[in-house]
Design a protein around this ligand. Structure first.
Ligand code: GAP
Length: 512
């Protein structure tokens, strides 16, 4: 099945089973805004718990905060968002559609990459076992031609972005003959800058109203609370502050479901360090964050680092952790070495000293910062994409199964009485009453046992227990594993222990 079709199925599946709904759907929806349903919210909470505990529980020197969405407007002037949080946009005059110029060019680069990979795949098929990919890449005329074009375009694009040269971005679009996907024409406007912050007004009279912004990142709430936390928590450098919360961006190109939203959630951690140690800490956090992702068990081939070509003027290193989505490798998390830019700016704009006095060296300095910033919704989407499978069974049926990592699954255990009589529902309910304090359990007595298993597979429930007549005699049940579909007879009294070992967040934290 084409990857595009797989993605459509995942989106439909999310809606059908109560994971994600379009926002305001009965009013025909609101662009790039989504609601999480009854199962989606459970899984999202599990993702957040996994992240929060890996930061705050596992590190003695990381604490959390929860700052407001509304903040003093000068914060956004100091951070640079008022002047520079822009995307270069371009309109197609025929379709009247608006695009991000940088995204159009990145898509064009990806097309060259696709051409190269197609050539390689064709040659691999032709030459079989004797195929030497490295040699082919270095000698095939077609591959060399595509690679040269790709690299030249990449260099030109990088320079235009670094220089903020909007005219050059338009020229690249024209030279590459990039067409609007809707109208198919090259009738483009000039490229313009567009600020991504939403604004509103605070106050009760027109005269005293103050223009404020919905925060486009949670990080600034951490920076402006740095002194409060450092002093009240008696924190010593190096230390970190973590936060999970909503962020808002008026994205021009909002597409690919919950990948790019106008209201989304971030999990950010700012790690405050001594100047000069930042590149070591950057390397450490890269490793720690990649391990966090890979502990989910989807395989190392699903992830890669993408080092930034264009560094923000205040950063001295930056990388993305990318995940293999059905539409290619895409950024899920950013790790940035932000120097002392943010704290210095807040020092300048607020007039308050934000220095750290190091008792060991007797010096004062403005700390440097390593930031790890991950989108909850993108994480959610990556897990859904990697977990979704349509399996052809031996009996000719198709089983749709979500292989969710058990600690993140919304429901951990389904409790199913074989029949709705003979005291089986009562025993099943008593098992749920016992286990509900530990895990999210679902009771289901409707339809055949096979159909009930399918329903649980489709929502990613790692285990089902079936209560049958034997259960009444010897207090055992069958425990069915979602992925292997194997069943084993276990004592009811052992269920809690067996499950804890695999479905709790603690079980995955212990592997880090
Ligand atoms: N404080 C740094 C910062 O905000 P960013 O790269 O702009 O950095 C960090 O965003 C992460 O937030 C991204 O890697 C992505 O997972 C998530 N994110 C950013 N914009 C998003 C959007 N419009 N919709 C969903 N997630 C988004």
């Amino acid at each position: 099945m084409a990857q595009e079709d797989v993605f459509k199925k995942i989106v439909a599946h999310c809606k059908e089973y109560g994971f994600v709904f379009p926002s305001s759907e009965i009013y025909d929806g609101l662009g790039a805004v989504y609601d999480y349903g009854q199962l989606g919210v459970e899984m999202k909470n599990n993702i957040k718990t996994y992240w929060w505990q890996s930061m705050v529980l596992l590190h003695n020197n990381i604490v959390g905060i929860d700052s407001s969405i509304f903040m003093h407007p000068t914060i956004w002037k100091a951070s640079g968002h008022v002047d520079a949080f822009n995307d270069p946009l371009i309109d197609n005059r025929d379709s009247k559609k608006r695009y991000r110029a940088d995204v159009l060019i990145e898509d064009q680069i990806a097309k060259y990459d696709e051409k190269i990979e197609k050539e390689i795949a064709k040659a691999r098929k032709r030459f079989g076992d004797s195929f030497d990919e490295e040699k082919y890449r270095a000698t095939s005329a077609n591959v060399l031609e595509h690679t040269a074009k790709r690299d030249a375009l990449h260099e030109r694009f990088k320079k235009a972005m670094n220089d903020g040269d909007l005219a050059e971005l338009k020229q690249i679009i024209l030279d590459e003959e990039i067409v609007c996907p809707i109208s198919g024409t090259r009738n483009w406007t000039d490229v313009r800058q567009f600020n991504l912050m939403f604004s509103t007004e605070m106050g009760s009279t027109a005269d005293s109203n103050m223009k404020i912004y919905l925060r486009p990142e949670t990080a600034q709430g951490i920076f402006v609370n740095y002194l409060n936390v450092q002093k009240t928590g008696r924190m010593k450098i190096p230390f970190g502050i973590a936060q999970i919360g909503k962020a808002f961006r008026n994205e021009i190109v909002a597409r690919q479901f919950i990948f790019r939203m106008r209201e989304f959630e971030q999990m950010e951690m700012q790690f405050f360090i001594k100047p000069g140690t930042e590149l070591d800490w950057f390397a450490k956090w890269k490793k720690t964050r990649m391990a966090w992702h890979q502990a989910l068990g989807f395989g190392a081939d699903h992830y890669r680092f993408h080092d930034h070509d264009k560094l923000a003027h205040y950063a001295n290193a930056a990388t993305d952790i990318e995940f293999l989505m059905p539409f290619g490798f895409k950024e899920v998390e950013g790790i940035h070495s932000r120097t002392n830019f943010d704290l210095s700016q807040h020092e300048k704009y607020s007039g308050k000293s934000i220095k750290y006095f190091d008792p060991e060296t007797n010096e004062s300095y403005t700390p440097y910062v390593i930031e790890t910033s991950i989108g909850v919704d993108r994480m959610f989407l990556s897990i859904m994409c990697a977990s979704y499978e349509e399996q052809a069974l031996e009996n000719g049926e198709t089983r749709t199964v979500l292989h969710l990592p058990a600690p993140l699954a919304p429901v951990k255990l389904a409790i199913l009485p074989l029949v709705k009589k003979d005291g089986l529902p009562e025993l099943a309910h008593s098992i749920q009453d016992e286990l509900k304090f530990h895990f999210n359990c679902q009771y289901d007595e409707k339809d055949s046992i096979g159909k009930r298993y399918r329903r649980q597979d489709a929502i990613g429930t790692p285990y089902c227990v079936t209560v049958d007549h034997q259960s009444l005699e010897d207090n055992t049940v069958t425990l069915r594993n979602r992925d292997t579909m194997e069943q084993q007879r276990v004592n009811i009294a052992d269920l809690c222990g067996i499950l804890s070992d695999t479905v709790s967040i603690t079980s995955i934290l212990k592997t880090l």
